[in-house]
Write a protein that binds this ligand. Structure first.
Ligand code: ZN
Length: 131
């Protein structure tokens, strides 16, 4: 295994850990959007959210809620953004990002506009896979 997050879990690579239990580890992102930007990862190696067992996903997000409240207080942020992107490191990680209404970052990513009836088609396609 050459997973950087698994190495952080094994303490082979150091990190500023803010929370740890049997199931998860939460530590500061080394390239924070704002100070306090935290990554929450399961100790079990799962590449993506879609591959992670339901009970673990549930538990991780309940713990994220607790951690985000602490981040908000500690950083005096207006809110904490939650983001699961999943391309940088192939080990499920949830970003908890302290945000400020006036931080000049309305969007974390560039956005597009739907053409004519495109949105309906996209929604229908997603719905077809949820049946
Ligand atoms: Zn890993």
């Amino acid at each position: 295994e050459n997973c950087i997050f698994c190495k952080i879990i094994k303490k082979e690579i150091s990190a500023e850990i803010v929370y740890e239990d049997d199931e998860i580890l939460a530590f500061l992102d080394i390239k924070p959007v704002h100070p306090g930007h935290t990554l929450v990862i399961p100790k079990e190696h799962h590449k993506m959210m879609g591959e992670t067992p339901d009970n673990l996903i549930s538990s991780i997000f309940v713990k994220c809620k607790k951690i985000m409240k602490a981040i908000k207080k500690a950083t005096e942020a207006d809110y904490v953004a939650v983001s699961v992107i999943g391309v940088e490191v192939p080990h499920l990680h949830i970003h908890l990002i302290p945000r400020y209404y006036r931080d000049g970052m309305a969007n974390l990513w560039p956005t597009k506009k739907y053409k004519n009836n495109e949105a309906k088609g996209v929604a229908e396609k997603i719905k077809s896979f949820l049946n």
